[in-house]
Design a protein around this ligand. Structure first.
Ligand code: TXA
Ligand code: MG
Length: 310
């Protein structure tokens, strides 16, 4: 049963406490309602994908209360400073190089060395982030493939019973997702959104590049650089000599995604375990079969991409 929360201080504190307990809470921002979870908690973040029924792991936007918190997560620059000063709090997300000590779950960044961050406008979102006191990963609060929600009713229509709570702050002012600007190299427009392109170009005093005219939603391409160096063998029913082994369920292996066969736990461990196995001496990484149900679809999608010839 999803709790309906309003905008009293008590309700916002309740939402912050639920986030702290690793639960999913939908909350209004000025753009659309976000489905939030503690960005440092891999199991909580995996729960976002589970609730949305996302078939793949897209990198998520991290929401923080202020610029200082953003600087603790992303590597800051003059361009970041100029854009943050001009547009935060507001409907702009900045993709910055990820700081090693940021402490985010790798599921948030889908294993990328960069991170999308924004300081949302709206008293409710700000109060929630301030009370929670940490980074909140939040995609739009709708089932995968459905329209983004701009009211609490929209959220409940898609996710009732699948998330701990929704904070009802009425209709979103912007109603369209944030603009995403990449600042890991030459400033690039990664997604059109609430802040118009020319307003950003005026502040930066330069023309934004276009990556290839589309939102980065296919982590396969995005992540090709991240694919393990080792070859991968999927759906392995038994281990061969010399292989580095990634198990699922009770079995002998080097690392186990989830000994109890829990797909949420497995998703939370996926990127971290692949990193560790890749760093280990040895040959091919063999992966036990992972069920395709629920989050298993996204896990298998990611594994397939990691194993693709390159
Ligand atoms: O308005 C919004 O931005 C809403 C509200 C809830 O804040 N959030 C939202 O989040 O739209 P989401 O997770 O649906 O958007 C994620 C998109 C990805 O599809 C990708 O395009 C981009 O953000 N993104 C995230 N991290 C990235 C990264 N490291 N590099 C490039 N693009 C990234
Ligand atoms: Mg969305």
């Amino acid at each position: 049963m999803t709790e309906r929360l309003g905008f009293s201080a008590q309700d916002i504190q309740r939402a912050a406490d639920l986030l702290g307990a690793g639960e999913r809470v939908a909350f209004p921002t000025e753009t659309v309602y976000g489905l939030g979870a503690d960005a440092r908690n891999g199991v909580a973040v995996a729960g976002i994908y589970e609730a949305k029924g996302r078939p793949s792991f897209n990198p998520l936007i991290v929401h923080v209360a202020d610029v200082q918190s953003a600087r603790e997560i992303g590597v800051w620059s003059d361009a970041a400073d100029a854009l943050a000063t001009a547009f935060w709090p507001g409907p702009l997300s900045l993709v910055l190089p990820l700081r090693a000590e940021a402490g985010l779950s790798e599921l948030v960044t889908a294993g990328l060395p960069s991170v999308a961050i924004r300081v949302p406008a709206g008293d409710l979102a700000h109060d929630l982030l301030r009370r929670f006191g940490g980074p909140v990963a939040a995609p739009s609060a709708n089932p995968s493939g459905k329209i983004s929600p701009t009211t609490a009713q929209h959220v409940l229509a898609g996710l009732d019973g699948k998330i701990a709570a929704v904070l009802d702050g009425g209709a979103c002012a912007v109603g369209l997702e944030s603009t995403i600007v990449g600042l890991t190299g030459t400033p690039t427009l990664l997604r059109e959104g609430g802040v118009p392109r020319d307003a950003i170009e005026t502040v930066l005093n330069e023309v934004l590049l276009e990556p290839n005219g589309r939102e980065i939603s296919a982590p396969g391409q995005l992540l090709s650089h991240y694919a393990p160096n080792a070859k991968m063998r999927l759906d392995a029913e038994h281990w061969a000599t010399g292989e580095k082994t990634l198990g699922f369920g009770p079995m002998e292996c080097d690392l186990n995604l989830s000994e109890s066969g829990d797909l949420v736990e497995a998703a939370a461990n996926l990127f971290g375990h692949l990193h560790l196995l890749d760093a280990m001496a040895g040959g091919t990484i063999a992966v036990a079969p992972i069920p395709r149900a629920g989050l298993g679809a996204a896990i298998n999608d990611r594994l397939k991409r990691a194993a693709a010839p390159r």
